[in-house]
Structure formats: C-alpha cells, structure tokens
Design a protein around this ligand. Sequence first.
Ligand code: TRP
Length: 340
Amino acid sequence: MSELQKDKKPILLSGIQPSGHLALGNYVGAMRNWVNLQQDYLGIFIVVDMHAITVRQKPADLRNRCLSFAAQYLAAGIDPDENIIFIQSHVPQHAELSWVLNCYTYMGELNRMTQFKDKSQRHGDNINAGLYTYPALMAADILLYQTDLVPVGADQKQHLELTRDIANRFNNTYSPTFKVPEPFIPKAGARIMSLQEPDKKMSKSDTNENNYISLLDPPDVLRRKIKRAVTDSAREITPESLHHSGIGNLLTIFSVLNDMSLEAVANQFEGQQYSVLKGELADSLVAFLEPFQQRYSKIIGEKGYLTDILDQGAGQARYLATKTLSKVYRKIGFVPAGRS
Ligand code: TRP
C-alpha cells in the first residue's frame, strides 16, 4: 500500500480492549462491518491494551490476548496490506497526546461518563485515575489519525461526543488541528444478546461464560451453550417469538449466520419446537466458526507472520501519529526538540 493511496481513502478507526474473549457480539457488531468497509476506507484497527489496564489484568493473559485478538481481526478477513492493525502501547504518541488532551477535558465532562460510573461500581476496590481519564485516551486514539468515521455502539456514543467536543475546543483555541470525527452507525445491525440473560447485551468480559459465544469456542462448547440458552415456557416458534427476548435472540443469531431476514427465519421455523431451532442454530454456528478458527490457528501458529504485521502496523501508525502530535506540540507552545 503506497502512502499516497492510503491518504486518499477516508479513515475509519476502531479499537477493542483485549479483555475477556472476542464474542459473536463483537463479530456482528464490529468486526464484520470493518471487513465490509475496507474497500472504501483506510481502516485503523487497534488492540487497545492501554485501555485494558484501567482494570487489573494478569500480565501473561494480557500479553496472550493482545496477540490473539490481532490474529482474530486477521482471521475475520481484515487485509493487513490495506489496513493498519497494531497494538496501542507500540505507538507512544497515544500516551503523549492523551496527556495533552487531559488538559483540555473538564472534570465536569468526565463526571458525566456513564461507563465510568458503571465500571467504578463493578470495580469498587480499584477506582483509579486511569479509569476516570480514559475518555481522553480514547480521544487521543481517534484524533491522532485525523479520523473521519468511528463505528460506535450505544455504549461508546458518549465517549465519541466528548472526543468531538475536545477536538472542537482545541481547534477553536488555536486553529484547525484535528478532524472532528463522525460516528458511524451501521444500518440496522442486529444486536446479539446474552444467552443466559437475554435482556442484556452479549459481553465478551461476562463472568459467566455461558452468556457469550466466544469466536474460539470448540464445537462441543458451542453446542452446549446453545442447548442451555434461556428461552421461555412456550415451546413452539410463532411470529410472536421474535419479540420474546431469549428465543428472539436465537432467531436473530440464526438470521445473522445464514444471512436471512428475521421474518424469513421466523417463517422457516414457525410451528417447530424450540429444540429444533437450537439444533439447527448449533449446526450453523459450528459451520460458520470452523473456517474462522482454522484461519486463526494458522495465523497464531506463525508468530513471526503476526509480529511482522503488528510491527508494520505500528510503524505506519507512528508515522501518521507523529504528524498530528508535532502540530499539537507546536500550537500549544512547546519548544521543538533538537534533532541530535
Ligand atoms: N472505549 C472502547 C470500548 O471500551 C474501546 C476504544 C478505545 C475505542 N479507543 C477507541 C473504540 C477508539 C473506538 C475508537 O469499547
């Protein structure tokens, strides 16, 4: 990919925290869209390890998960020659810009962030300053690359709005420096819910592993999780089932895996017992994840290949990030560092 060609495409940027296990919800809500958009955008996909340490991580797990997540991005079909994939801590400009942006972010703004409120409730023993200022790091992730579009789920909308406010504040204080990013809301994306508590979103960091489908679950685990998924006391599928959370979620997953409309799926299974849907859903899931898992095993087995891609990605990212960061340093009045 020539630098010139890269510059022509608008930039789409996203990050996933290397915590928990990449789940079907991540694939459907994020990774699948990245793959579909890579024709039209230069994708910058970051494994955000610096965000992940806002909650305690086991060092060995964090290290393995960073590589595993990057390999899963590739297995999902992201072309490393057309996109930039890297690990956040390999690009020090994220930490540097985030410090600057912290000084352009008000405590009043951070106090309103609902993810901070949620996480500090869940991790009451470790409400650290990083958890609190995390939105400034996320703003740095985005603003360093003059990003056009950020795909966001509902839980990240507030952080993106804050990013836009910070960018505008900086631009207005000095002169245009940052592109103000737009949210990208995928058209009518299916929402994948938890298997055991279908009123909440499927989360990759859920403490109950029966709640989510990991993209790396082996076939017997996939079958068991689907079999145990919560439904309700009705036994047969009707058009109404689409509006019931547990069974509706299973129909949704089936529709996504088989690229069918929800109505078509409800029609296909109308009058059938729940167990029939569960059996066919498990088959679809195994068939869908098998090629993904094969690609993953190949990539993760060739460590040199993966680390080369991540090194290349980090190099490209540093190149782009440095351009923005030096502008920022100049505008705020930092003395240029000597070249020796
Ligand atoms: N905060 C996001 C999350 O918790 C992850 C993230 C970090 C991100 N930096 C980003 C998402 C930049 C989009 C763009 O899910």
